[in-house]
Design a protein around this ligand. Sequence first.
Ligand code: ACO
Length: 322
Amino acid sequence: MIHTKILGTGSYAPSNVVTNDDLTKIVDTSDEWIYSRTGIKKRHITQDEYTIDLAEKAAKKAIKDAQIDVNNIDLVIVATVTPDNAFPGVSNLLQKRLGLDEIMTFDINAACSGFIYALNIADKMIKSGSYKNALIVGAETLTRLTDWSDRNTCVLFGDGAGAFVISKSNENKIKDVITGSVSDDEGHLICQSPALKDPAKNVISKQDHIHMNGREVFKFATRIMPSTVEKLLKRNNMKKAAIDHVIAHQANARIIQKAAKTLNIPMDKMYLNIQKYGNTSAASVPLAIDQAIKEGVLKRGETFITVAFGGGFTYGGALIEF
Ligand code: ACO
């Protein structure tokens, strides 16, 4: 039977750091409001880098960390809602920057759950026997979609990228991955494409920024994250005590605290880096996992659950022994 494991990880965020105090100069807000409602202190915001640039830097770090010859990568998947073009995909551009030729590359959009979707797809493609080493990346420049006059949303987001090399293995390390969605047909979390024409009205849509009903998103997130963790534990016959860390999508520290309370998991098992990065959408999960590893929080041999929710509404979770 073919198993899979994480061979290496990497992450990157642009050097330009914007604090909550900086944001008080452009919208009516305060450090106290932002930190107490979200847990965010600062975020990294791109000035001259595109999604592909962030993806490339995180990918190269993951490949180095994996100690693998880049030519052994036979699959590249990039999860993003901020591709630089409708096509070619970020994954196709990344292939060229890595010097790879004639392999399968594609982008996916599952919003903030995108990286776990990419993990699920790559894991199953390797387990089918058709692929050996997949590079999966979550990369976003979400601040390019942000309405900087809307205090409800502009304080929440940041830019970044994270990447994994996952590979065929004799050891069963990536034990289970769940992905799913519940249709948000009321548009509680939506960003229409700025360049798309509305065929009914024959006009370019004005809904080119992120629009969010924060309370509805909060309700969905605090329901789906605990239920996904419980589902992973149940179908793998595992007790909560066997989980060393939960590394959740970093959208809001209060969402993570509420999920921990529902699950009865102590907060010291819930990794947080939202204070430094804000919500980086599909980059959030791999960025948090890579940082937890590099900080010495997540160690080889430990078992963790990663869990996410996002626009769509999408959700996903994975049970992994590092
Ligand atoms: N600074 C100061 N005041 C603000 C700000 C701000 N940045 N933003 C909103 N307010 C005000 C509101 O206008 C409102 O004022 P009012 O009472 O006079 O109308 C007041 O603060 C309270 O607003 P609420 O929306 O009730 O604030 P809440 O406590 O619910 O927190 C938040 C808002 C942080 C957005 C929360 O609802 C949340 O985190 N929701 C989930 C967000 C999320 O995870 N989104 C996913 C992101 S996108 C993705 O995943 C792709």
